[in-house]
Ligand binder design. Structure first.
Ligand SMILES: Cc1cc2nc3c(=O)[nH]c(=O)nc-3n(C[C@H](O)[C@H](O)[C@H](O)COP(=O)(O)OP(=O)(O)OC[C@H]3O[C@@H](n4cnc5c(N)ncnc54)[C@H](O)[C@@H]3O)c2cc1C
Length: 407
């Protein structure tokens, strides 16, 4: 168990493991606690998508992905950026490569070998892992309350690093329960919200939802009305709305519009490789006795889900008006009314505000308590930015704790 000579890390995701690495390398005894039977569960899940570790783009565009929080993330990334992360993985015997999109993956696209090698090295460095050990906040006396397999214990380590994650996919361990406990300690915690998430539409018809839920729309370009967001990609129809990579890329903008206006309109270009004049000309061509559906299929390859979307969005009369059909194919308005719950999101926005933290990521109101990872108030799109910033902040918190002990 943790004693007064050790540092306690709570949370064994990439941020906590990185903090453990730094502290153990600094010669400090580290006890790491995690509520789950094993660490790195979300990291392993990320491996199902190929484990996008980081991104190969230059520092300035990389940093810009952190939007409003770029200034706070910059020093963390200066100390541990994409190239540093790749070198670190290679130090664990995991070679990486840059995919066509510029994203960086392990050569075998798997998370398990990397995690296994990492844990092996951490154990060798003297990190003690305490699984099924849930942190419950602080006792009245200020001790950490940990509920482990043998009941509750109270700990007073020399320093503590919290790396508890956000609130997405709570079944993997990060449930956001920490937010009120930190607020009670004087921390400023922004509400935890969905990031890289799906949205509900005002309502698909039952027929459309039943027939098309789970199907991808591609290629398609999506614009967020009232913003300059316009990007080509693909997304997926869900029973209640839309999700998938293109939607995630626009998700912080859409979420903010919904919070502000109660809804957000996006425009879909179902034929991104044809210009509007070409689409109008093709739709307006004589179709003889052929139905509009057959006509659109033969002239513009509009069938299946794209045809279903047209039927869903247009009345019968509109569907037979070539001008309306052409306009809708190039700019189909979809009204999004709700952000999907954070439990379903890829990541979490909001969290512990940097203003509550020192440059070493120590909570100003609680000396000796450091925080790292997705529980901090930053967000970024998918592309490897989430893991990079989680690990960079874990490293900074570990170094902060080392310096604190040196004092
Ligand atoms: C489906 C999916 C795919 C993803 N793919 C990628 C990707 O390819 N690239 C990328 O960059 N990012 C990806 N991410 C995001 C990335 O996994 C997270 O940003 C990252 O894991 C956050 O690291 P963390 O250490 O801050 O938190 P987490 O990984 O969430 O770890 C937090 C740990 O704290 C523990 N914990 C929480 N509360 C307590 C408590 N009270 N007591 C004890 N332990 C507790 C949890 O059990 C957990 O082990 C993906 C996320 C999801 C959901």
């Amino acid at each position: 168990m943790t004693d007064e000579r050790s540092v306690a890390i709570i949370g064994g995701g990439p941020a906590g493991l990185m903090a453990a690495e730094v502290l153990a390398a600094g010669g400090v005894r580290v006890d790491l606690y995690d509520a789950k039977p094993s660490v790195g569960r979300k990291f392993l899940l990320a491996g199902k998508g190929g484990l996008n570790l980081t991104h190969s783009e230059d520092f300035a565009p990389f940093l810009s992905r952190f939007g409003e929080r770029a200034a706070q993330i910059e020093p963390l990334l200066r100390a541990f950026d994409g190239p540093a992360l790749r070198a670190w993985a290679e130090g664990l015997g995991v070679e990486t490569f840059v995919g066509s999109s510029g994203r960086v993956f392990p050569k075998d696209l798997k998370a398990a070998p990397l995690l296994r090698a990492w844990l092996h090295r951490l154990r060798g460095a003297g990190v003690y892992f305490h699984m099924r050990s849930r942190w419950l906040g602080w006792s009245k006396e200020g001790a950490l309350r940990i509920e482990g397999p043998d009941g509750e214990v109270q700990l007073t380590p020399r320093a503590t690093v919290l790396a508890l994650g956000g609130a997405s996919w709570p079944q993997l361990g990060s449930d956001g329960a920490w937010a009120p406990w930190l607020a009670e300690q004087g921390a400023d915690v922004a509400p935890l919200r969905s990031a890289n998430c799906g949205f509900d539409v005002a309502g698909w018809s039952p027929l459309f939802a039943e027939k098309f839920a789970g199907q991808p729309v591609k290629p398609v370009a999506l614009s967020v009305e009232g913003t300059d967001f316009h990007r080509q990609g693909e997304f997926v129809i869900t029973a209640t709305g839309i999700e998938g990579s293109l939607v995630y890329a626009a998700s912080s903008l859409i979420r903010e519009r919904i919070e502000r206006d109660g809804q957000c309109r996006v425009l879909l270009d179902l034929l991104p490789s044809f210009d509007a004049a070409k689409v109008s000309a093709e739709v307006a061509r004589g179709r003889g006795s052929r139905s509009m559906s057959t006509h659109l299929k033969s002239r513009l390859n509009i069938e299946g889900l794209k045809s279903g979307l047209l039927h869903e969005m247009l009345s019968k009369d509109e569907y037979h008006d070539p001008a309306v059909v052409a306009r809708t194919l190039k700019a189909m308005p979809i009204t999004l009314v709700r952000t999907r719950p954070v439990a379903e999101a890829i990541s979490t926005a909001g969290g512990l505000r940097f203003e509550s933290l020192s440059d070493q990521l120590m909570l100003r109101s609680k000396p000796g308590l450091f925080c790292a990872g997705e529980m901090l108030d930053w967000e970024a799109p998918t592309g490897g930015y989430l893991l990079t910033a989680s690990m960079a902040s874990g490293r900074a918190a570990g170094q902060g704790a080392l310096e604190f002990l040196g004092q």
